[in-house]
Design a protein around this ligand. Sequence first.
Ligand code: HEM
Length: 112
Amino acid sequence: MSIVKINAVTVPKDKQERFEERFRGRAGAVETTPGFEWFELLRPVEGTDQYLVYTRWTTVEDYEAWQSSQDFDRAHDGGGDTLASAAPHSAHVWTYEVLEYAGPKANQAGQA
Ligand code: HEM
């Protein structure tokens, strides 16, 4: 059963452009991490002002290993620019288990 870790970040309007820009220049190291399955950066359009950084992992240990790794630190050092300058007002990490998933028929569907 895969697990999902979502970082929910509230970014003030005047910092959103900078926040997104930083993600465009992100390290790209997470893709090569053992147990990594998926990443999406979700921009709020309606109903909330929280960006969601969605990540899915084979096991919670895989996520924890990445989170305590140098790759995580490097991915968040902002290249000399501090996280504060992206000015996340608040960030919360939510944890979910994947109970079911589906894609288009051609890509198969199933249970986690
Ligand atoms: C206060 C906490 C956090 C803030 C403000 C934050 C913000 C950011 C920012 C601005 C970037 C773009 C790279 C950079 O400029 O540094 C980034 C990268 C990333 N963040 Fe976070 N982050 C936080 C914690 C987390 C957590 C707990 C997760 C786990 C779900 C996460 C997942 C990611 C991923 C997957 C990337 C891309 C890494 C890569 O490309 O290798 N972040 N984050």
